[in-house]
Design a protein. Structure first.
Length: 101
């Protein structure tokens, strides 16, 4: 049984960074999912795939995994590269790419 520890990124529906600093421990699937031939539902007999534990820090998540004897893999979050730009820069006279209508 293997677990994955990661910090989830913000969703496309979020404008800010609220609720993104938490760390999550999820179990890797042990069985592949299968499609029900009658209804077309996707199902799995793996009950651990439904468990999702949240922690305040990465160290707490690692301590929990080590305390319970879980093999784990830590995925570090990627920092977003943000460029500071103002609305007024659209109308600068010395733009490299001219702004036209």
């Amino acid at each position: 049984m293997s677990a994955r520890i990661f910090s989830p990124a913000k969703t496309a529906m979020q404008a800010g960074k609220g609720r993104t600093g938490l760390w999550v421990l999820e179990f890797e699937p042990e069985q592949p999912r299968r499609i029900d031939p009658l209804m077309g539902y996707t199902s799995s007999g793996d009950m651990k795939s439904q468990i999702r534990l949240t922690f305040e820090t990465k160290e707490e998540a690692i301590a929990y995994a080590e305390k319970n004897g879980l093999a784990y893999q830590v995925n570090e979050p990627k920092e977003a590269k943000r460029r500071q730009i103002s609305y007024a820069e659209n109308f600068r006279y010395d733009r490299k790419i001219p702004w036209t209508h």
